[in-house]
Design a protein around this ligand. Structure first.
Ligand code: ZN
Ligand code: ZN
Length: 135
């Protein structure tokens, strides 16, 4: 089992996942682009019960395009967003993969919301593609 750890930029927040990633996708949706400031966001899904978080997180709550309430959790010191919780996927947490320490753990299996992607971003042709979400 591939456990992994991570932190925010200032390291006030650290975490440990007691399970390997359940799935990992590059997401090109507008929410992921705007929240991260990056051209797309790689998300690692694990069960909430398998994630131990140390440090004080702040929250930002918004609605996804599908109408679900999404809670973004970020470090109040450095502003790094580490986690997203989607009420439509109870019990699961999305870890923003750029915060992971063990880089070899980050292995995207596909690209989602490619209908929203920045046109100049090149996709890995060997990965699964979804115009919208994978469910
Ligand atoms: Zn921080
Ligand atoms: Zn997204």
């Amino acid at each position: 089992m591939e456990k992994f750890t991570g932190s925010c930029l200032c390291r006030a927040i650290t975490y440990k996942s007691n399970s390997a990633p359940l799935r990992t996708f590059n997401c090109h949706c507008e929410d992921c682009r705007k929240c991260s400031g990056a051209p797309y966001l790689t998300n690692i899904f694990v069960k909430e019960v398998d994630l131990d978080i140390q440090g004080t997180l702040n929250s930002y709550i918004h609605q996804s395009e599908s109408g679900n309430k999404i809670t973004k959790r970020f470090c109040e010191n450095c502003g790094c967003q580490l986690f997203s919780f989607n009420e439509g996927r109870p019990g699961l947490v999305r870890i923003h993969a750029g915060t992971v320490n063990e880089l070899e753990v980050v292995k995207p299996q596909g690209d989602v919301w490619i209908s929203k992607k920045i046109p100049s971003i090149k996709l890995d042709e060997t990965l699964d593609k979804f115009q919208e979400n994978f469910t």
